[in-house]
Ligand binder design. Structure first.
Ligand SMILES: [Cu+2]
Length: 322
């Protein structure tokens, strides 16, 4: 089993078409829609839980372990990832322009693009040839200029950078979850289980999340029903009524990414906020497969640079009553 990180994500190569600088505009907090987003949230009690894993299937180098007791304060969390519909509301109200739009391109998984788009691709990253630099790919056109989000209003928004997600949070009066909050939520009240529903990937043969089936990256048999993203409320929720904590899309977290996170943070409301090259993300995506990266386990971790965007990373938000 490899520890390859690149099926999970790929960092923006800024030498490719850097059209304009990153966002500097200030987003103003919204009123009504933000209240709707908060009203949908699930209130979690918080408390102590066993964070991390010593799982033999895990990747110690990612900093998944050791297992330790961590406390998180009560918080509210979205039952599912921010949808295209939610994000559209944000754009309509603020006129915000995402980084994928400013750069003029984003990374799309090869099997998802049309023949036309494929024929126009000029940059294919050498070590990860399944990630294409697609001009015009962004949240509205997830597979490039000839694609649309029509019919996918309830799918997770993708091609969102960490910086973009932060702006959405500012607008909605929410925050990205810390990794500790994310993992506490993902575990759904179970202790030290591999997935949000238990230790068995497919209990009674039933698919519980949207990941890769088949030989990566050649062919995805889509036995779980999805080649790319699934609706945010597909599959059964976990014990906290949270959907798709594993698979579907990676979810940005608030922390900077560090493989020594467990050393750099407290045991009470841990939050790693030191400057680092990458921000953390959790949950894995429709591209994850056991043979390749196996990062749809609840304790699995990854990261990416804050201006990166891909077709398999989105986010969900939390809120703290103060
Ligand atoms: Cu992966």
């Amino acid at each position: 089993m490899t520890h390859n990180k690149s099926c999970c994500s790929i960092s923006r190569d800024s030498s490719i078409l850097r059209a304009s600088s990153v966002n500097t505009e200030e987003v103003q907090p919204s009123g009504k829609y933000a209240e709707q987003i908060k009203a949908r949230m699930i209130e979690l009690q918080g408390g102590s839980f066993m964070m991390g894993t010593n799982d033999a299937e895990g990747f110690p180098k990612d900093g998944e372990g050791p297992v330790r007791q961590v406390h998180v304060d009560p918080f509210h969390i979205s039952p599912y990832a921010v949808t295209n519909q939610d994000f559209e509301q944000f754009i309509l109200e603020t006129g915000y322009v995402t980084e994928a739009e400013k750069f003029g391109w984003s990374y799309v998984f090869k099997l998802l693009v049309s023949e036309t788009v494929l024929a126009q691709v000029q940059h294919v990253p050498t070590h990860v040839p399944w990630w294409l630099v697609v001009h015009g790919a962004n949240w509205r056109q997830p597979e490039g200029p000839d694609s649309t989000i029509l019919g996918r209003e309830n799918h997770p928004v993708v091609h969102i950078s960490w910086n973009d997600a932060e702006q959405f949070c500012k607008w909605s009066g929410t925050q990205l979850p810390t990794e500790a909050e994310w993992e506490y939520a993902a575990r759904g009240g179970l202790e030290q289980k591999r997935y949000p529903w238990g230790d068995i990937l497919k209990p009674d043969g039933e698919h519980r999340c949207n990941i890769w089936q088949g030989k990566f990256p050649i062919r995805n048999h889509a036995e779980d029903g999805y080649l790319g993203t699934a609706p945010v409320d597909a599959f059964k929720p976990n014990g906290y009524e949270l959907y798709n904590m594993s698979g579907n899309v990676w979810e940005w977290c608030r922390d900077s990414f560090s493989p020594t996170y467990h050393i750099n943070t407290n045991r009470v409301n841990p939050y790693f906020n030191e400057p680092a090259e990458q921000k953390s993300m959790r949950g894995g995506s429709y591209l994850c497969h056991r043979s390749y990266c196996n990062r749809y386990r609840v304790a699995a971790r990854s990261g990416n640079t804050p201006d990166s965007s891909t077709g398999n990373c989105g986010f969900r938000v939390v809120w703290h009553r103060s």
